[in-house]
Each structure stands twice: as C-alpha cells, then as structure tokens.
Design a protein around this ligand. Sequence first.
Ligand code: HXC
Length: 257
Amino acid sequence: MDYQILKTSVADGIATVTVSRPQALNALNSDFFREMDALIPELGGRDDVKVLIITGEGKAFVAGADIAEMVRMTRAQGQEFSRWGQQTFRSLELLPKPVIAAVNGFALGGGCELALACDFRIASSKAKFGQPEVNLGVIPGYAATQRLPRLIGLGNALYLLLTAELIGAEEALRMGLVQKVVEPDALLPAASEIAKTIASKGPQAVQNVKRVARQGILTDFAAGCALESEAFGSLFEGEAAEGMRAFLEKRPPKWGG
Ligand code: HXC
C-alpha cells in the first residue's frame, strides 16, 4: 500500500506512526482509515516491531474526523463512517502489541477517540483534549461515549462530552485521561523510552497483560479473573521459566522471539 497520510519509522523494536495531514490538522478522512486498516496488520505481523507509538505532525495530534468530508453525509453514510472508524480503532485494542499515544497537540473529537483506543497516553504540555462534537450537532462516533466513561469515570466523561470544553494536558492528567505530561521537545523521546522499557520485558507476558486487561474490562470480575489465571498458567509453558530462573541466577533474562 502506498501510504500518503501515515508516516512510519521503525527503530529499536518501536514503530512510530505519524498522522501527517497537517494542513487539515490531521483530520481523519476515509483515506486515513484505508491506510490504518492496511498498516495495523502490517505492523502487527512484523517481528522487528514490539511496540507502536502514534503521534501527529505539526500543531495537532488529530483535530477530529474530517468535517469537510462528513458535511455531505446521509444518515446511512454517517452510520457507516462511524462503524468503520470504530472497527479500525478496535483493531488497535486487539493488536497483541502495546500502542502508545504520544499526544503532541490538539486531540479533539475523533482525535481524542484515537488516543483513547491506544493503551495509554503521554502528552506534551501543549496538548489539548476535548470532545467538541456537540458544537457541531453530532456526537462521538468512534466510541468515546463508551471508552471515556470506562477510562475516566462517568462524571468526568459526561462533563467533557456535554460541555465540549477543551482541557489542557495537566487537567487531562488529573482526570486520568493521560498518564504522563512532558515538555513538547521531550514527548517523542519520553514515549520511545517507555516503549523501549516495555519492549525489554517478556514479550509473552506483555501480550497477555494487554489481552487480559482489555478483555477483562469488557466482562465481569469473575470472568476476568478466570482469564487471568488461564493466561498466568499458560506462561509456565512459555517464558516464565526463563524469567524466573534469570532472577534467581542474578542475570538478565534472554527472551525468545
Ligand atoms: C476538517 C479541519 C478540522 C476537522 C481543523 N481543520 N479541524 N478540517 N476537519 N476536524 C482545518 C481547518 O478547517 C483549517 O483549514 C485548518 O485545519 C486549520 O484549522 P484552523 O481552525 O484554522 O486552526 P486554529 O484556528 O488553530 O483552530 C484549531 C482548532 C479548530 C481549535 C482545532 O481547527 C477546530 O475547532 N477544529 C475542529 C475541531 C472539532 O470540532 N473536532 C471534532 C470533529 S467531529 P483551512 O483550509 O481553513 O486552512 C468528530 C466526530 C468523530 O471528530 C466521529 C466520526 C464518526
């Protein structure tokens, strides 16, 4: 696939994907989703990619879905555009590799929803978050009504969804929407450091943590605990022996692929 909007660089086991449509503040159009649908399985299948970072070019992370494309949509087209984006973003959650959002600027509407579908978020101190859909007479379509309450609680979520207020990075940190705030120049280095830390851990353990936590939050506590025990046990036929032996022998573990 010939990627026009998504620029990818891979180094040290980390794929950095930059949404690059800065003239429209990286607004998400159909071309973006076509490219993401090709890129996610491509990066998922690469052995040299352990962790993904998603960021934006210029002053925005992503300023939302493309309003110029949406303005002409019929009811059926609107529903389909929403469903398509929901599926694309869900595939980030289902990817067995961790995905970090490095939020460099505006993360609004569908842009905030993209960040929400990542496993966690690191923000530049200049980042701004918001769900301004109600300003346009629409609502989120890429699952912010579902992910935001689960992530930051119903009160915080409804505050953002109903007021359309844009909040800064520190306020996002306070709400639990982001996990770390750094100076703008430090954003990609900080995200890469965190990605490298994760990439150095047991790959099977990392994959299972993501899968069990993500499946578990969509089910009840007992079912989630059952998933955890099953995954815990399965690692004893995998890398657990090496990880624990390495600790007892006071040496770094040598993980398999
Ligand atoms: C299309 C967009 C855009 C968007 C910005 N642009 N956001 N184009 N879709 N979401 C374009 C502008 O039209 C402008 O194009 C250029 O990017 C620069 O934007 P400015 O507005 O001139 O920049 P600035 O004054 O700095 O304001 C930045 C901003 C503002 C506060 C982020 O652009 C803004 O409010 N954007 C819309 C944010 C929004 O409502 N997002 C939610 C969309 S709904 P020109 O050609 O004039 O230079 C959504 C629903 C998701 O996301 C679910 C779908 C199913």
